[in-house]
Write a protein that binds this ligand. Structure first.
Ligand code: ZN
Length: 392
């Protein structure tokens, strides 16, 4: 009926956080899960693969990265505030050779795979990365981000394997409101996902509020004209609302400076959200209000951001940092962020959960835990020694 069916088993199977099987199997045919069941019943397989005494679970989702910045790892100024970091980013990017940037991007895509990320939200400003991601078996969305003034835009090629190419605004303090509105309108017209960094820095908040401050002076020093931008006097979230950016086909990234009322507004709009706690802490010494997000009904995804602001692209390490810095978050909620919430944020409802009919994009994690509760805790507090892609 399904052609060749391969069954995968491990001591524990996490179909979703909070939904575990001991002594079970996942039957896969042509990249799809055809059954998840108990070994007691005869599995419908032509081949059985026993992965071992660890955990079989959905592949992780890194909902926000910039792989093309990977060559900047440990080259930038991260201890003197956001503006100093941006300045060193601009300076160092211009000195990178294309070969170096390409090599490090490929290496970064390999690292994603090796650390269990099967779906990625990539912001790629420098060069097309789709083929390098596809070579590593990665799927997801590749956004080309835009800064500056309004311009003509063309529809990106729709797909590359399991990758959708789309357009994004960089941020409201670097991309003119007219251009942001235009990109979002075109994304809606072309049925593509839109994304934007929002409410990340104090500099951004101050700039939007007054058109003054450190960021305004920085833009002026670079002869960047913004005086006619119709965006001043608003918070980042209120501006995004006014520009019509808040809907379920938008993914907002960071959201550190958001008031409790704005958290409610975001939740009501159905907009997708992604947080990058390690990057936020390193660049801003600040973190988003995750507990409030969850309480309001938002379903935050997790991203690492780039190697220009974090030490690794491992989502296990991102979960570990999140667990340490949000002691009230349950391990289950953190795992949810890194799996099903991430899949939802990247419009891939077929991923992030192991059940019949979904895509068989799994990982096997070598981790010895007595029971599912202990396993959930250990998955988020200690990055495992071995992670292996299964089914992709
Ligand atoms: Zn980013």
């Amino acid at each position: 009926m399904h052609g060749e069916v391969t069954c995968h088993k491990a001591r524990l199977i996490m179909q979703a956080p909070g939904r575990w099987r001991s002594g079970g199997f996942v039957a896969v045919s042509q990249g799809r899960i055809v059954e998840v069941g108990d070994l007691g019943k005869k599995p419908p397989c032509s081949k059985m693969v026993d992965h071992g005494s660890g955990i079989l679970m959905p592949a992780l989702v890194n909902a926000h990265t910039h792989l093309t910045l990977s060559a900047l790892h440990e080259r930038l100024e991260t201890s003197k505030g956001f503006l100093a970091w941006v300045e060193s980013l601009i300076r160092n990017s211009s000195e990178l050779s294309p070969q170096e940037a390409l090599r490090s991007t490929r290496e970064a895509a390999r690292t994603l795979r090796e650390t269990g990320t099967g779906l990625v939200g990539e912001f790629g400003p420098f060069f097309p990365v789709e083929e390098h991601l596809a070579f590593m078996g990665l799927e997801g969305v590749v956004w080309q981000e835009f800064l500056g003034e309004e311009r003509d835009l063309v529809a990106p090629s729709q797909t590359f394997g399991g990758l959708v190419s789309s357009l994004a605004g960089h941020a409201p303090h670097t991309t003119s409101p007219k251009l942001l509105k235009k990109i979002k309108t075109l994304c809606l017209k072309w049925d593509l996902p839109f994304s934007l960094h929002l409410a990340e820095s104090q500099e951004e908040v101050e700039f939007l509020q007054s058109g003054q401050g450190k960021w305004a002076r920085f833009l002026e020093s670079r002869q960047f004209s913004f005086r006619d931008w119709d965006c001043f006097g608003l918070s980042p979230v209120k501006l995004a609302q006014r520009l019509g950016l808040l809907d379920p086909k938008t993914l907002l990234v960071h959201l550190i400076h958001v008031s409790p009322k704005e958290v409610e507004l975001l939740a009501q709009s159905g907009v997708g959200v992604c947080v990058c706690p390690r990057s936020n802490w390193k660049l801003h010494r600040a973190l988003p209000r995750l507990m409030e997000f969850l309480k309001a009904g938002l379903k935050p995804a997790l991203g690492t951001d780039s190697l220009a602001s974090v030490d690794s692209l491992s989502l296990f390490e991102e979960m570990q940092f999140t667990a340490r810095n949000y002691p009230d978050l349950k391990p289950r909620e953190i795992l949810q962020m890194a799996t099903a919430n991430g899949a939802r944020a990247l419009w891939r409802q077929d991923l992030g959960l192991l059940e019949k009919g979904r895509s068989a994009r799994m990982i096997y994690v070598e981790l010895d835990a007595a029971d599912p509760w202990r396993a959930e805790e250990r998955l988020v507090i200690e990055p495992p020694a071995l992670v292996k892609p299964v089914g992709w």
